[in-house]
Structure formats: structure tokens, C-alpha cells
Design a protein around this ligand. Structure first.
Ligand code: SF4
Ligand code: SF4
Length: 325
């Protein structure tokens, strides 16, 4: 049998900011109903992978045969270095915060593998690690494992830490001696994130309409951006942190990560707006090696930069007009 105290102690030693544990079982009917309604309304946009394997997503025992326990973990990726560096520039362009460091999929998966090994568990035989790549409802499990609650901005808020965290899970075939309680929402009457969203993407119930969300449009969507997206993007050409930045829990509790791989790459912080507008495919390859930004591909990034440039040029922005020359 697994020991909760040992799992949490080892998780903290490895660098996880939070770790919680719950029995592996089917998601409650209320959460399953929310998933089905969300999909039926088309809020997943063109992310067809969210439609596939819904049965597994709603029950981790179908994902890992014999699963008995889910361990949910969170890793802080916030860095105030980004703000300090961009404050030095007159008219900076920016990326979503998580995109300044190394791809979290690789970093967190490696940490989860280390946790399994420290517990004497073997991947495949005793369970599997997941980081945002398999059909598992990671936000549900983070809340079920007591890490935090799903805020109206859809992200998990860790009490007294905020929401600038990436999540990961171990689905294990052993039972554990102690499980955590579900974490109830503490958003109360607050709607700051909903009000801050430039696209009206947040539905107010902890879900969002991906068809309107800049994180989806600038990273996942292929082809042209909708006209209103460029205006909403402002100076951020990859992802969007607007709702998270508006959240009082982040404003109060966000703190620097101690995970070296998540510290921002200096080369990214040094680029000025005109450098971004003149970015070549070769520079992109070098700057974003082992970066989650590769998900948008060069074509997507170039499309985003052009949308921002045109929008800023229409507003009379000098750097954007320099990039036009
Ligand atoms: S990431 Fe941006 S566009 Fe998406 S919900 Fe948050 S504020 Fe709105
Ligand atoms: S801004 Fe307010 S409503 Fe939105 S996630 Fe934070 S606490 Fe919840």
C-alpha cells in the first residue's frame, strides 16, 4: 500500500509545489454532465482530441488498467523576471508567462518519473505519469485531490499560491493509506477574470468557450485568426494571461519558481518589438528549442506576429511601423 505522507514528502523534495491524492474512480455525474454539455455546445472549437476517448476522460480506470489511486501535482512556473525585463522596454511584445521557459510537458513528466522511481514504482507496471497529453481531466483531479479549486478563469487556484502552475498526474495501481478531500471553490462573488477577458470567452461557471479564447486561437487554431482576435491580443502574440493576471489570488501570492527549467530564457527577454516583427524561421528554431511554443509552429507564430503588427500599426505604434519596412 502507498503511504500518503511518503508521496508528499518525496514530491516536495523533487520540487512540486503541491501534491494531493484521491482514489481513482469515475468522475461524478455532475462533472461528466458538464463535459458533455460543453462538448455539445462546441466550446472545444477544433480540438477534436477532446471529443475522443471521453469514456477514459471520465474514468481513469479505463486509462490505466487496475488504477486505484490518482496523485495530482502542481509546479510553479511564475517568474517576476519577465515583468522586470519587459518594464525596461518602451513598447514590449510578450508571450504567455509559461512560454518563456522549457516545455512544461518535458519538465513535469521527468519530475513525475522521478517521483515514481523514488517510490520504487515502475512505469507501465505500477501506473503511468501524465502531463496534459492523455485524456484525463486534470483540473477535476487537482480539485478532487485537494490541491485547489477551479477558478472562474478555469485554472486551478492553489490556496495562498495562485494559479500560475502546471499540473501533472500519476495514475497508480496501488491503493493509498490516506486520501485528500475535494477543495471547494473560494471565488465567491468575484468576477474580475470574467471582466478582464477581452474576448468574452469566460462563461462565469469555471468553463470557457475555446472558440473565443486567445490561448486557443493563437496556439491551437490553424489558418487565419478572426479579425477581433488581433485587437484582443494587444501586445501578446502567444497565448494570453489576462484573466490570470486579473485574479486577486495571483496578484497577492504569485512568487518566483525555483524550477530552473521554468526560468525565462534571457534571449527571449532581450528581444525588442522590432526584433520580434523581423523574426526569421531560423531564429524561431533556435529561440524555441525544447519550448512549448513549438506547438503553434512557425507559421502560427508568424501569423500571430503579423496580426499584432497590423493592429498596432493601425494604432500608430512606431515599432510596428518599423517592422513593416
Ligand atoms: S486566456 Fe485570455 S482570452 Fe482566454 S479566457 Fe483568459 S483572458 Fe480570455
Ligand atoms: S479573478 Fe476572482 S472569480 Fe476569477 S478566478 Fe480569481 S478569484 Fe475566481
Amino acid at each position: 500500500m502507498l503511504r500518503a505522507e511518503e508521496i508528499k514528502r518525496l514530491a516536495a523534495e523533487i520540487g512540486f509545489s503541491a501534491c494531493g491524492i484521491a482514489p481513482a474512480e469515475a468522475l461524478p455525474a455532475e462533472r461528466a454532465g458538464e463535459w458533455h454539455r460543453w462538448l455539445a455546445e462546441g466550446c472545444q472549437a477544433e480540438m477534436d482530441y477532446l471529443v475522443r476517448h471521453t469514456d477514459k476522460r471520465l474514468d481513469p480506470r479505463l486509462l490505466v488498467e487496475g488504477a486505484k489511486t490518482v496523485v495530482s501535482v502542481a509546479v510553479n512556473y511564475f517568474s517576476g523576471e519577465v515583468d522586470k525585463a519587459l518594464a525596461q522596454q518602451a513598447a514590449p511584445l510578450r508571450l504567455a508567462r509559461y512560454a518563456y521557459g522549457t516545455d512544461y510537458h518535458e519538465v513535469v513528466k521527468a519530475m513525475l518519473r522521478q517521483l515514481m522511481a523514488s517510490l520504487g514504482l515502475e512505469e507501465g507496471r505500477d501506473g503511468r505519469p501524465f502531463v496534459d497529453t492523455a485524456p484525463i481531466d486534470e483540473k477535476y483531479w487537482a480539485q478532487r485531490c485537494g490541491l485547489g479549486w477551479r477558478g472562474r478563469h478555469t485554472q486551478i487556484i492553489l490556496p495562498q499560491q495562485g494559479s500560475f502552475f502546471v499540473l501533472g498526474e500519476l495514475v497508480l495501481t496501488e491503493t493509498c493509506d490516506e486520501y485528500d478531500d475535494f477543495c471547494e471553490s473560494r471565488c465567491g462573488a468575484c468576477r474580475k477574470c470574467v471582466e478582464a477577458c477581452p474576448m468574452g470567452a469566460l462563461r462565469g461557471d469555471g468553463t470557457l468557450d475555446a472558440r473565443l479564447c486567445l490561448s486557443y486561437l493563437t496556439i491551437e487554431q490553424r489558418g487565419d485568426l478572426p479579425a477581433e482576435a488581433a485587437e484582443g491580443m494587444g501586445r501578446c502574440f502567444y497565448g494570453c494571461d489576462r484573466c490570470a493576471e486579473a485574479c486577486p489570488h495571483n496578484q497577492r501570492f504569485a512568487h518566483d519558481t525555483h524550477i530552473e527549467a521554468f526560468r525565462p530564457r534571457q534571449a527571449l527577454l532581450q528581444l525588442q518589438a522590432e526584433d520580434w516583427f523581423g523574426l526569421t524561421r531560423e531564429q524561431y528554431q533556435l529561440l524555441f528549442r525544447k519550448s512549448a511554443v513549438k506547438r503553434a509552429k512557425w507559421e502560427g507564430l508568424a501569423r500571430n506576429l503579423e496580426a499584432v503588427r497590423q493592429n498596432l500599426a493601425a494604432q500608430g505604434d512606431e515599432a510596428a511601423q518599423e517592422g513593416e519596412k
